[in-house]
Design a protein around this ligand. Structure first.
Ligand SMILES: Cc1cc2nc3c(=O)[nH]c(=O)nc-3n(C[C@H](O)[C@H](O)[C@H](O)COP(=O)(O)OP(=O)(O)OC[C@H]3O[C@@H](n4cnc5c(N)ncnc54)[C@H](O)[C@@H]3O)c2cc1C
Length: 416
């Protein structure tokens, strides 16, 4: 979706749809590098820019899954977040899980940094965008219209939609939890099935674990959890991968693992540096093949969790306090106040009966589709940043990737 977008006239007013961390990073970068007379306007129904879905309070002890030293909001100062923590009187030793900091604290940091530069926040949802000559006309949910010369779409991920994404769960929808806040409705005696085994699922499990002795099971297509970060990843030299197919890359990486004896985190870091080039080079057929066969394996080495949390999880798996299944929910119904499910397990033609009290959906879904872009895509003056840019960049979820993308977009804006 993002190509080079030169302007006939430099933009005087830039609109940013979505006010999460991606928007905040964009505003901070613009203020550092663009003409200060350019007006920056963020549209988001919430009252402040910066937290978005990931870093909103209250602080419930959820941790960042990326070390603090990589989470700076400034592309020119990698230590900015760590330095900010010091100015708040929070020393490293005051964090039990250092270098992984509480997510809500990170939200405070982003909000503090973005509020230290001038921009306008309009508390409204953008429902439609139209092109008007060289400008963009935005319709807000208040029916007001706003016009901007350049437009940034930073709408993040949407929540999963039950009827579209998990039709089997529709009959028990009142027992399905979609947001972490829904967990407050759980009873201590509840047995919970978490659908998903990625980092969001780990967040859910930690919340439930902290709340008491609730029995938790996980189910996902492969039943694989993210691996733990390494203390000191080793730098690995790898050849250029963008001329290879997914299967050839898999073979090469397996050989490298054998030859170097490196851990998966070190290999993932080395491969990640090339992910965008690989993604651009692959034909749709190769992308589909990657999605179908390799993506789950890539995701578990790519999105890692702090070692301490992985150790807690392994402990609970060993003791039987949590269980994990590979498969999917095929059928669900309410029976005597509980949920009765039929599960299709991987590598088995049998359908297994399973009973629980609540289901937590812990899976992300890309881009807020409530926003009608009226067919706009590759327009001059229009950029997608963060998760909505996934189709072109693929690896654009974690903050360090978004920061790099924002730096590139602002360079394009700066160069006209
Ligand atoms: C729970 C969670 C934990 C995470 N933890 C980490 C981590 O530890 N480290 C890391 O690097 N990354 C983490 N991530 C990845 C995260 O995606 C990025 O770090 C970043 O927060 C993405 O921000 P965003 O602004 O693109 O999206 P979001 O945070 O989703 O924000 C999008 C905003 O757009 C607004 N919006 C949507 N549609 C409209 C519309 N039509 N009009 C107006 N506003 C609209 C929404 O209200 C929302 O505020 C996490 C993600 C999640 C969900």
């Amino acid at each position: 979706m993002n190509s080079r977008k030169t302007f006939i006239q430099a933009p005087k007013r830039i609109g940013i749809v979505g006010g999460g961390a991606s928007a905040a990073l964009f505003v901070i970068e613009c203020r550092r590098r663009l003409d200060p007379s350019i007006e920056l306007v963020v549209f988001d129904p919430t009252s402040e820019t910066g937290r978005g879905r990931a870093y909103a309070g209250p602080d419930r002890g959820d941790l960042l899954n990326v070390p603090a030293a990589l989470m700076s909001a400034r592309s020119d100062d990698p230590q900015d977040f760590v330095e900010w923590l010091k100015t708040q009187g929070r020393s490293e030793s005051s964090f039990e899980h250092w270098p992984y900091v509480n997510r809500a604290v990170y939200g405070d940091y982003i909000v503090d940094r973005v509020n230290s530069v001038p921009f306008v926040h309009i508390a409204a949802r953008v429902i439609a965008v139209q092109k008007e000559n060289d400008r963009f006309a935005l319709t807000l949910d208040s029916q007001a219209m706003e016009r901007v010369d350049a437009l940034i779409v930073a709408t993040g991920y949407r929540s999963p939609d039950l009827s579209r994404d998990f039709a089997a769960l529709v009959p028990v929808r009142d027992r399905v939890m979609i947001s972490l806040d829904d967990l407050s409705n759980c009873q201590k005696s509840d047995e919970i099935l978490i659908v998903g085994t990625g980092l969001t699922a780990i967040d859910v499990w930690r919340r439930v674990r902290n709340a008491g002795d609730i029995q938790v099971d996980f189910i996902s297509r492969r039943g694989l959890f993210p691996i733990a970060h390494e203390d000191a990843p080793v730098p690995i030299q790898i050849p250029k991968l963008d001329t290879l197919t997914p299967v050839q890359i898999l073979r090469l990486v397996r050989n490298l693992k054998r030859e170097t004896q490196a851990g998966w985190p070190s290999l993932a870091i080395a491969i990640r540096a090339q992910v965008r080039a690989i993604w651009r080079a692959w034909e749709p057929r190769e992308r589909r093949r990657f999605f179908r066969h390799l993506r789950p394996y890539w995701e578990v080495i790519r999105h890692r969790m702090p070692q301490g949390i992985r150790a807690e999880l392994d402990h609970d798996l060993k003791s039987g306090r949590v269980r994990v299944m590979a498969g999917r929910v095929k059928f669900a119904q309410r029976v005597n106040g509980r949920i009765q499910l039929e599960l299709g397990l991987k590598n088995s033609s049998e359908v297994v009966a399973y009973t629980c009290d609540r289901i937590a959906l812990a899976v992300g879904a890309p881009i807020d589709e409530d926003l009608d872009l009226g067919g706009l895509g590759n327009e001059r003056g229009l950029w997608f940043i963060g998760p909505p840019a996934r189709s072109t960049l693929w690896e654009i979820t974690a903050l360090p990737d978004i920061r790099e993308q924002v730096r590139q977009v602002v360079s394009e804006l700066a160069n006209g």
